[in-house]
Design a protein around this ligand. Structure first.
Ligand code: PLP
Length: 234
């Protein structure tokens, strides 16, 4: 939190402009209870299956889905999560809209989502290509049961945080372009992870998704940034 505040100050932003989502994949429930006691109140998971028992064990905090959602798990996902950060296709947006309309849990409320953008055109990564998003955005914004809070991206694995900056600048510029004439598109920018969240905050991030910097390294088997290239040199 101090590091987020310091990055906000450098950028002339208030630290209430940035929300910390603690990404708790691979972290057992007992440790998550301690994290919540220590003051974290928004947790992020990247798999519906892993989240199920954790959400049941900590039902009163806000859970965000940050990983790719298979369409056959979308119904389950909206029962577990308060926010879906990883909407990465028009088909998934339509499906979530229909499921939310039919859900008793969501009755009368819109499902908050972010649209994931593959800013760097990384072939192994999920997300809308920027030009596809520009074409499909009006369809998505017309869905009455979704509240599109903004855009989300997963940066490339880089050696130094500074190298991630162009990705964050591109997401912010894309969002500015897309929002012109589309007030329904929320101003949220979910960007920045353990290795680069400070740079992301300097570039306008409103939501940082931080796992390892809080909980420590994950066991190698549970690592699933599928499709990204290995860390340089290792
Ligand atoms: C795992 C994950 C994070 C957190 O990554 P860290 O490097 O542990 O901070 C953030 N966003 C997504 C989509 C993730 O899958």
């Amino acid at each position: 939190m101090e590091r987020i505040s310091a990055a906000c100050r450098r950028a002339g932003r208030g630290d209430d402009e940035v929300t910390l989502v603690a990404v708790s994949k691979s972290v057992p429930l007992a440790r998550l209870r301690l994290a919540v006691e220590a003051g974290l109140h928004i947790l992020g998971e990247n798999r519906v299956q892993e989240a199920t028992a954790k959400v049941a064990g900590l039902p009163d905090i806000e859970w965000h889905l940050v990983g790719h959602l298979q369409s056959n798990k979308a119904g389950r996902a909206i029962e577990l999560f308060s926010v879906i950060q990883s909407v990465d296709s028009l088909a998934l947006a339509h499906r979530l809209d229909r499921l939310t309309a039919a859900s008793t849990a969501w009755h009368g409320r819109r499902l908050p989502v972010y649209l994931e953008v593959n800013v760097d055109a990384d072939p192994g990564k999920a997300g809308f290509a920027p030009d596809a998003l520009a074409r499909e955005l009006d369809d998505i914004l017309a869905l009455r049961n979704l509240e599109v809070r903004g855009l989300m991206t997963v940066g490339r694995l880089v050696e130094r945080a500074e190298e991630a900056r162009p990705t964050f600048v591109r997401l912010r510029q894309l969002a500015d372009r897309l929002r012109a004439g589309r007030p329904e598109l929320g101003a949220g920018l979910s960007m920045g992870m353990s290795d680069d969240f400070e740079v992301a905050v300097e570039e306008g991030s409103t939501v940082v998704r931080v796992g390892r910097a809080i909980f420590g390294e994950r066991p190698v088997v549970a690592e699933s940034r599928s499709g990204t290239s290995p860390r340089p040199g290792g």
